[in-house]
Design a protein around this ligand. Sequence first.
Ligand code: GZL
Length: 329
Amino acid sequence: MKKGTMLCLALLLALLLGACAPARTPGTEAGASVHEAGGREIVVGFSQVGAESDWRLGNTQSMIDAFSAQNGYRLILDDAQNKQERQITAIRNFINQGVDYIVLAPTTERGWETVLGEAKAAGIPVILVDRRIEVEDEDLYVCWVGSDFRREGDAAAAWMEEHLPEELRIVHLQGNLGSSAQIGRSEGLADAVARHPGWTVVFEAPGDFVQAKGQELIESLPEDLEYDVIYAENDNMAFGAIDALKKAGIRPGKDVVLLSFDAGGRALRMVLGGEINLDVECNPMHGPRVRSVIELLERGETPAKYTYVEETWFDAETLTAAEVDSRGY
Ligand code: GZL
């Protein structure tokens, strides 16, 4: 074949291959996200409550997955170890670093005015995730994404009304006092107890959503205390309670009814196994929801102020093994 012809064919081949290559903005890696393609990496400062429960670990992973470099983000994650003062420090650090957005999963509802005022003065939008906060000026945050905790408490109470007798002695393991999850779930139970004269809360104390504290509280109950139900405000306290009951030779889910919240994979297997009688879902997978809020803001649009995630509940009569296997946390 003549040299000239070969050169033409080589040029034609190069043109054809170039036409098939994915369209990329110069200077971006394969599969770069829109942000990176626009040359602007979005920096998100995330102040997380801690690592106190399976739910929290799932929530953190969901945020890490959503705000990946591949998606065009840089996530600065701070674990507050359940202390509001550490969250306040983290938010100030985010402001000093000049992040583009601050995401806050607040430990409790009160005490945010000053630091969120500083973020507002710095022109950094704040997005709340999971629990709520109580502030006079609701412009201190752009929006909130999370669960309806009162609805969760009411769902547990409705199940109790349908499945349990009129005479009940209840041990109540609360989450962190003052957190929205504790407030809503506790109110749901308290209202149901007020509706049922035969229902009595024989013990109530905070276990801070932590497994070890759930176990300690049940182990510390007076020997002669009689009770029929443990209302645990999250799975990890329920796990602790189960360990304590088993150590005392009491069958969880049979000798004592066990109610829980979160509905993580580990807990749902215990529902199938009959150790947890009801688990009310509290979905932690907020990463994609918060990311879509930021991308909406990046387009100059206004997100809904409050976005509640859809949730359900599970008991052994309704739960399937497939649902257990499909839990993302
Ligand atoms: C609920 C979340 C609670 C979970 C606990 O949205 O705030 O905190 O129910 C977690 O497991 O510790």
